[in-house]
Design a protein around this ligand. Sequence first.
Ligand code: CA2
Length: 143
Amino acid sequence: MKKILFIIGPNLNLLGIREPEIYGHQTLSDIEKMCAEAARPLNFQIEFKQSNYEGDLVTWIQDARDEYDGLIINAAAYTHTSVAIHDALKFLKFPIIEVHQSDPSTRESFRHISYIEPLAAKVIKGLGTKGYTEALAYLHEIL
Ligand code: CA2
């Protein structure tokens, strides 16, 4: 069974609570349940981790190297700022899928740069929470 890690960045613990007009009504726990259901027929074992701290994301990425077969990451605002996350991702041996619920390229200019995109096998954006299950389906295709 392939193991897939989800890493979710800052403020996304507030999903479903604030700004539903941008990010929808589902909570992070709803999304985790939806992904667990989508993973079952694909024979994927999934693990979900969320933090508001950049260093947590870096450590989880470092520790993932020998433990998982794929990474789905929504690093939220750190996407647009974090060379540390970029550097950590470089050492992974498996595909990285970058997911954004909104489409950052249609929003403020400071969201137009992604430090993850150059390392990603695929970027899925603007599909809302469906982006996470699309990422699982894509990993299933390529793994
Ligand atoms: O569209 C996405 O998924 C983002 O990664 C979300 C990040 C944003 O900084 C990226 O540019 C695009 C923002 C997460 C903020 O999440 C909230 C969730 C609920 C309520 C308030 C903020």
